[in-house]
Design a protein around this ligand. Structure first.
Ligand code: SF4
Ligand code: SF4
Length: 377
């Protein structure tokens, strides 16, 4: 018997003068995709998103969150926006800084129409251990308590490039994003890094990225090295190095990270109503966790929604792979640089180590959803 395909709904970013706004289009899209099939009446509804690091301007505007909040309220739900704390230095590593960051980036109860709760508490320690049904790498995922206390889970994802996982979409926003600090550490740990002394130029650019005192500069040799006892494998230093001198010490680390992330996502959504929305726009090469955002690598594509986060990611990936890289972007520069090796895949060409397919393959294997989908435009 043929496997049933998941449904993914799509609308582009085109609008006409005096026509519907993008907010109206988004509300219509999520209704067409079946958000009303969830029983939201009186339920606590966690809307997981990323409020953007201070300095980053690629994150989703709060107006989009407001549109989702309004629809949830119309359907009788009690929404709140949520995210969990980060592992690295920056503006979101505890709940106070995280909330100030969200407010500064425009996410306040006034603008989004609901409260904002940091899912894993003040210091990122308020988590719940959730068994991963069918998991191979993680027995019990450590998920932010407020995320797990919600009756219904919605992910509102900014789909863009990512320095470690190739792209960041629904599964990344759910799996990595809902992990507490300990949960993020567990996903990253196989990604402990090392420095290639031949390539290191001693610029110290990576040093400020490490929150764990794991980078040690040797004044004698003028080279950086990684203290493996302190490194948690967060990968921030990899993206910081302009000379490709830092890489994961374990060749399989990207695959392990991708698979663990899928298992964390399974823990978050398993056994409760869930719904997913991805906006494929401002496709920066790196995550919104960066305090800057580079020129988009691909043009804005559109808005997608589905009850299946895996089908949603696959549809967004396919749309991106069919797009033409933008001149002046990191991807374009790499494609036109010396020694370019064409992987015929924009995300691998942008981040060769990412092994992004292993996330989608493993997500399907453990029953998150289907990579087969029908697109309804
Ligand atoms: S950023 Fe790269 S080149 Fe600079 S010190 Fe760190 S490892 Fe060396
Ligand atoms: S050395 Fe790099 S990967 Fe390790 S904890 Fe520091 S920033 Fe993260």
């Amino acid at each position: 018997m043929d496997k049933e395909k998941s449904k993914v709904y799509f609308t582009d970013f085109r609008t006409k003068a005096n026509g519907d706004s993008l907010i109206t289009k988004l509300k219509r899209l999520i209704k067409r995709a079946g958000i009303a099939d969830l029983d939201l009446e009186g339920k606590f509804v966690a809307i997981k998103m990323h409020f953007g690091e201070l300095g980053n301007l690629a994150f989703l505007r709060p107006n989009y969150a407001r549109a989702v909040v309004d629809v949830v309220k119309e359907l009788g739900g009690r929404p709140f926006l949520t995210d969990c704390n980060t592992l690295y230095p920056g503006s979101r590593k505890n709940a106070l800084e995280h909330l100030y960051c969200a407010w500064e980036n425009g996410f306040t109860p006034l603008t989004v129409g609901c409260p904002i709760l940091i899912g894993d508490g003040l210091k990122g320690t308020d988590d719940v251990e959730v068994p991963v049904v069918g998991g191979e790498y993680v027995e019990r995922a450590k998920i932010g308590r407020a995320v797990m206390d919600a009756d219904v889970f919605i992910s509102l994802n900014h789909f863009k490039g990512h320095e470690m996982t190739g792209f960041g979409g629904a599964i990344k926003n759910i799996g990595m994003g809902c992990g507490s600090r300990a949960g993020k550490c567990e996903q990253h740990i196989s990604g402990r890094t090392e420095v290639d002394a031949e390539l290191c130029r001693g610029c110290k650019r990576c040093l400020a990225q490490c929150a764990n005192d794991a980078l040690v500069f040797d004044e004698a040799t003028r080279k950086m090295r990684v203290d493996a006892d302190h490194c948690v494998g967060c990968g921030r230093c990899i993206a910081a190095c302009n000379f490709d001198a830092i890489a994961s010490a374990d060749y399989h680390a990207p695959q392990l990270l991708n698979r663990k992330m899928a298992e964390y996502a399974k823990a978050v959504i398993n056994g409760r109503p869930h719904f997913h929305i991805s906006l494929v726009q401002d496709i920066s090469p790196n995550c919104d966790c960066h305090a800057e955002n580079d020129v988009p690598i691909l043009p804005n594509i559109g808005m997608f929604a589905s009850k299946d986060p895996l089908a949603l990611d696959q549809a967004c990936v396919d749309a991106c792979l069919a797009a033409t890289p933008l001149p002046g972007s990191q991807l374009y520069d790499r494609m036109h640089g010396p020694d370019f090796c064409d992987h015929h895949d924009h995300f691998t060409n942008s981040t060769p180590e990412s092994e992004w397919r292993s996330c989608l393959e493993h997500a399907e294997k453990i029953g998150i959803g289907s990579r087969e989908y029908e697109l309804y435009a």
